[in-house]
Design a protein around this ligand. Structure first.
Ligand SMILES: [Zn+2]
Ligand SMILES: [Zn+2]
Length: 141
């Protein structure tokens, strides 16, 4: 039997052959945290590390460590999601940041145009109607 310092909390603990480099208390805590993250990800597979940290109270550094250890998969591109507009791998939503920005600028200029023209009626199918675009954006969850 040999003693070691826990790499997580610094406490001295008894090192088991083939065991982890953290003390039994931390192992339990890590497993609890890991389960919390795991459960959260099963309901929100596209969650980012920040979202998980916020929802589970697990330190984001710990989440990143699980990622490095390949115990979790949530890095960009691993989610299977693609931007609807340009096809780039994304971690959440329906569009990449660039396209979302472009869209919001388009909406802005559409609203400007809409204000200037002041049409009495929305054209049929009204895909250029800012209200329609806003609704579409609202669904991006
Ligand atoms: Zn510890
Ligand atoms: Zn895109």
């Amino acid at each position: 039997m040999s003693l070691a310092n826990c790499t997580r909390c610094g406490r001295v603990y008894t090192l088991v052959p083939g065991g982890r480099d953290v003390c039994p208390a931390c192992i339990k805590e890590e497993d609890d945290n890991y389960l919390k993250i795991f459960h959260y990800l099963s309901t929100r597979p596209s969650a980012t590390a920040q979202e998980i940290a916020g929802a589970t109270d697990v330190d984001i550094k710990e989440i990143y460590r699980y990622l490095r250890e390949n115990r979790l998969r949530l890095v960009q591109g691993d989610t299977g999601l693609r931007c609807e507009s340009c096809g780039m791998p994304i971690s959440q939503g329906k569009m990449c940041e660039n396209c979302a920005k472009k869209l919001s600028e388009e909406i802005k200029s559409d609203i400007e145009k809409f204000k200037q023209n002041k049409p009495k009626e929305v054209p049929p199918g009204g895909s250029r109607d800012p209200k329609y675009l806003k609704e579409r954006r609202g669904k991006d969850k």
